[in-house]
Design a protein around this ligand. Structure first.
Ligand SMILES: [Zn+2]
Length: 468
């Protein structure tokens, strides 16, 4: 029981913290307008950010993290990787592989002498070749956009994501980096079919994810303070995508403690992956399975269309990107003040040239007409960006208010597919972190508090805004 004195103290503290929150909007505006660009970046790096609901497991991880993990003594004791450093015309081969495609030892050993000569061990690249390898995984040069990403960066990953031990090490490092910038939850899109063992034999998903689960139980994974859930992702234009979708339903239903939903990804300008192709399959699945939420890429296009409407019809409650939703008034009206969230990816949409000029992005229209949205990083490893870049872009381009910033963070947890007790816990922790943040930066010396932040500046932020 509280004594009278404690009670009044509690009330006093509560009143103080509420008035803080009310006042912080003005302080946030002051910081947004008067902080230097690098101070604002540091401030937004320190901001509690909730979750990242839209990112792809392998391509979310930086090339530098893949490189370090693939060449670590721990990995080399078990497996090793080779990268194609030269193009060549070997007899009997079709020359379609991009330079720097990276494969594991078993696949290297199966090559003929001519092909082998095109590869070098990843662990013994010269400094110059290593720099070229890292750059080959990033859209960092003028003219590199959608085709570079889908046709070259994606294939270059080769076997890196196929080795579950390596994928698990990369995931834990990715969690640590997300945690450093105040992200507490990630809902990574992952596949279940591509894993191989060191001999190159296909690995059943249960065996591969046993390895990953074991890694996630290690103390360094727990120390990241980041909770991971997976969404099973199906590539939509695959000839057998319906069967893969059925397999994914069975997998998610059998692994609900870690797997919380299903997604579909892949270029929407490839007509073979249209949403309505899958309507019958989703309906068939719902005759068997209950409560498997869907978040599906839709409207990641620079042309008008009804992809978002068709994807809601499939049963999705979250839409990845939703860029061309703005061209479909009936669906926009349906989504206002409703329960369907659009996962916004500002940096991705810019670098893949779906919205090259971010000031023309429909995000503020959705945010300010009552369509739930949150910010996400998509394939941030390939953009060399981070969640802070998303917030910095949004705050500086659209003059977000504090209320809007907090709404974005809360939405990223409220609309997550995390199980109810976890979601509740994360929301309580988020509110607590936001209150502590307001207190810290609400003091008269907010400059001093910002100067203490040592942000991990992304390569994207260096190239785009010149931060060091
Ligand atoms: Zn995506």
């Amino acid at each position: 029981m509280l004594t009278r004195a404690t009670k009044s103290l509690t009330l006093l503290l509560f009143a103080a913290s509420t008035s803080f929150a009310a006042d912080f909007g003005a302080r946030f505006d002051e910081i947004r307008k008067s902080a230097s660009p690098s101070e604002l970046y540091a401030f937004l790096f320190a901001l509690p950010k909730g979750g990242d609901l839209h990112h792809h497991n392998g391509h979310s991880t930086y090339a530098s993290v893949w490189y370090a993990a693939a060449t670590s003594p721990k990995t080399l004791a078990r497996n090793s990787f080779y990268t194609m450093t030269q193009l060549g015309n070997c007899p009997g081969t079709v020359d379609t592989q991009p330079r720097f495609i990276t494969i594991q030892r078993s696949h290297y050993e199966a090559l003929d002498a001519c092909q082998k000569a095109l590869y070098q061990p990843l662990a013994s690249l010269s400094a110059e070749t290593k720099a070229a390898w890292l750059s080959a995984f990033i859209l960092d040069k003028p003219g590199e956009g959608r085709d570079e990403f889908f046709e070259r960066v994606v294939p270059r990953m080769g076997d890196l994501g196929h080795d579950p031990w390596l994928a698990a090490d990369a995931l834990v490092e990715n969690m640590r980096l997300f945690g450093a910038e105040g992200v507490r939850y990630i809902e990574a899109q992952a596949g279940i079919t591509a894993f191989v063992d060191v001999a190159g034999r296909p690995m059943p998903a249960d065996d591969a994810f046993r390895v990953i689960e074991e890694r996630l139980r290690q103390p360094d994974a727990a120390a990241t303070n980041v909770t991971v859930r997976f969404q099973g992702v199906v590539i939509r234009f695959a000839p057998d995508a319906e069967q893969r979708l059925e397999n994914m339903y069975a997998w998610v239903a059998a692994h609900r403690d870690r797997w919380v939903g299903i997604n579909m990804a892949g270029r929407e300008d490839n007509e073979k992956g249209s949403a309505l192709r899958f309507l019958d399959t989703y309906r068939k699945m719902r005759r068997t399975y209950s409560d498997i939420p869907l978040s599906i890429h839709a409207g990641e296009k620079d042309s008008a269309g009804h992809e978002v409407r068709d994807t809601l019809l499939l049963g999705a409650t979250r839409i990845g990107h939703g860029i061309n939703l703005i061209t479909d008034p009936d669906t926009m009206l349906l989504m206002r003040n409703n329960r369907y969230l659009v996962e916004i990816n500002l940096v991705s949409n810019r670098v893949l040239e779906y919205v090259p000029d971010t000031s023309k992005h429909p995000f503020p229209e959705y945010l300010r007409t009552g369509i739930p949205v949150c910010l996400n990083t998509d394939d941030r490893g390939s953009w060399d960006s981070n969640m802070t870049d998303e917030y910095y872009t949004a705050v500086t381009t659209f003059h977000l208010t504090w209320k809007e910033v907090v709404e974005l963070g809360r939405n990223s947890l409220t609309y997550s597919f995390a199980e109810a007790p976890l979601k509740e816990k994360m929301l309580v922790e988020y509110d607590r972190a936001v209150a502590a943040f307001e207190q810290k930066y609400g003091s008269s010396d907010w400059h001093g508090a910002v100067r203490q932040v040592k942000p991990l500046v992304s390569g994207y932020a260096t190239r785009t805004w010149g931060f060091r």
